[in-house]
Ligand binder design. Structure first.
Ligand code: ZN
Length: 266
């Protein structure tokens, strides 16, 4: 069974010593393609660099995370525009709003989110969006421009049933992470995961973050990696009352359609 991890931060320095082995384990687990998240100026540049040595297997996004919104300048904007014109950059983002940690002032986050949405409009590329504890502002900003944007994924969705409904009304795709495998905080979602239409469903590890807590046998490290995507698919399939093979097949198909990427050759 083939899987596509639509969000992994493979440029993170926790992978510097064994990135090759991490990719090898991902392949062995059936994760045949990965979208490397660009979440800062340097990170987006690195993400694109990484795809060069793994053509057809790795693709990148280019964006600045809301945590880093205060770093966003005209130079950043120009860089993201230039990166997003590369064919290996398959989405604009990670961008959005995060009022949970509030690492950048909220008005700056909103402005920088709007600027990156404009890059999405101008480039015609899909959008990879982050939202945490900021639904009302995020929804309002997105709704204003939604009809001028290509496909949109709300990655690492952790919100409520109502928020989910509103994103689906805006024809967003929904990215599901190991959050749903976490009995301490993800269980509220189990009741409404089956509300997501099959063709709007995407899966991602968000590695090195959010290691699935249902991994067996247990592993000591806190670092998550793409090889563990099947555990997320397993939890998602169970919550939806579907077979994991069905969820794998459909989410892979969705990911390739969403990012406009072909299946890797043999
Ligand atoms: Zn995120």
């Amino acid at each position: 069974m083939e899987l596509v991890d639509i969000g992994c931060n493979l440029t993170h320095d926790s992978f510097d010593d064994d990135r090759g082995a991490v990719l090898e384990r991902a392949r062995a687990a059936g994760v045949v393609q990965m979208i490397v998240t660009g979440a800062s100026e340097a990170g987006s540049r690195k993400a694109l660099d990484l795809t060069r040595s793994h053509p057809g297997e790795l693709y990148a996004t280019a964006g600045v995370h809301p945590h880093l919104a205060t770093d966003y300048t005209d130079i950043t904007d120009a860089l993201l525009r230039s990166l997003s014109s590369d064919e290996r950059v398959v989405a604009v983002g990670e961008t959005g709003l995060d009022y949970f940690r509030d690492l950048s002032p909220r008005d700056v986050q909103r402005e920088v989110f709007r600027r990156q949405l404009r890059i999405g409009i101008d480039s015609g590329k899909p959008l990879f969006l982050h939202m945490r504890d900021a639904h009302d502002d995020f929804y309002a900003i997105l709704r204003d421009v939604r009809d001028r944007l290509c496909d949109v994924v709300v990655h690492c969705f952790t919100g409520s049933r109502d928020e989910l409904r509103q994103y689906l009304e805006l024809d967003c795709h929904i990215g599901i992470t190991g959050w749903i495998c976490d009995e301490r905080r993800g269980t509220h979602m189990l009741d409404f995961l089956s509300d997501i239409p099959t063709d709007r469903l995407l899966v991602e590890t968000d590695a090195p973050y959010l290691k699935p807590r249902n991994l067996r046998p247990r592993v000591k490290t806190h670092r998550n990696e793409p090889a563990w995507l099947p555990w997320i698919v397993g939890s998602l399939a169970a919550a939806r009352g579907e077979h994991p093979d069905f969820v794998s097949e459909r989410t892979t198909e969705n990911a390739r359609r969403f990012f406009r990427i072909p299946a890797p050759d043999g």
